[in-house]
Design a protein around this ligand. Structure first.
Ligand SMILES: [Zn+2]
Ligand SMILES: [Zn+2]
Ligand SMILES: [Zn+2]
Length: 259
């Protein structure tokens, strides 16, 4: 007879983990004979080191060398360690502090934090993140793991290009008086791709760090000089006024730079 207990003792670190995870009694462990195939087919309760309880067959437990906790497999932590550099970045920015909305005051006490092992990678719960430059931003794990979503304030600094032009001010483009025409109406009127793209590239953001604080395109005139953030179909951001876009008729500055 080889008892489950003896097997754990002889199996190093993994054996020790199993010993801690097994939810039955020590006496039970001593009497489970691993030479008996019926025993190998039996399921018992185990608890992983992060407190998740699950059932597993004794045979499966001794065949692998890793405690296969379903909860842990779905955790954001597990996602992070399997997703290279970006995964490590997400892990390092994780605070586990819950927020109800983007501007909500974060909860400071430790018991209100969710351990990274205890939240699923596809959770839609809004959390607080802190990048290595000390910026604070909010978003769900699902948002972080779908595509590469970096700290919005770092994005402004690293990727958002400012458009500069010293052309003289123009009041008209063709026969359109800019101060009397809404951007939206102009784009709807014009047939060319440039105007179609303007509508697609519009984000309404004046500050990329405040993605919920946007200006409605219906409220913007063609001579608007404020530096709005635009986003091209490749995901680049740049800052340019409506007026400047209409008079320069340029496309995404980041795309232009990389040609
Ligand atoms: Zn677990
Ligand atoms: Zn940042
Ligand atoms: Zn672009």
């Amino acid at each position: 007879m080889v008892s489950f207990y003896d097997w754990c003792i002889a199996s190093g670190k993994y054996g020790q983990d199993i010993l801690n995870a097994f939810q039955g009694t020590l006496d039970e462990m001593v009497h489970l004979d691993l030479m008996d195939n019926n025993i190998l087919e039996r399921s018992y309760a185990f608890k992983c080191m992060y407190g998740h309880t699950f059932e597993a067959k004794i045979g499966d437990i001794i065949k692998t060398n890793k405690l296969d906790c379903k909860q842990c497999n779905k955790s954001l932590y597990n996602w992070c360690i399997n997703n290279g550099e970006y995964g490590r970045e997400v892990e390092s920015e994780y605070t586990g502090i819950k927020s109800k909305g983007p501007m909500d005051i974060e909860l400071k006490s430790n018991k209100d934090r969710i351990d990274i092992h205890n939240i699923e990678y596809n959770s839609e719960r809004s959390l607080r993140w802190e990048c290595k430059s000390g910026h604070v931003f909010y978003g769900s794990p699902l948002y972080r793991v779908q595509g590469v979503h970096r700290c919005p304030m770092c994005l402004v600094n690293e990727e958002c290009i400012e458009f500069k032009s010293d052309k003289p001010i123009r009041l008209r483009v063709g026969n359109i008086l800019l101060s009397k025409t809404k951007l939206y109406d102009l784009c709807k009127q014009k047939k060319s791709l440039f105007y179609k793209n303007l509508l697609v590239e519009w984000t309404g953001m004046l500050d990329i760090a405040m993605p919920n604080n946007t200006v409605n395109i219906q409220d913007v005139m063609c001579d608007d000089m404020r530096g709005f953030i635009w986003r091209c179909s490749d995901g680049h951001y740049w800052r340019q006024s409506v007026y400047s876009r209409l008079t320069n008729k340029n496309r995404c500055l980041v795309c232009l730079k990389s040609i």
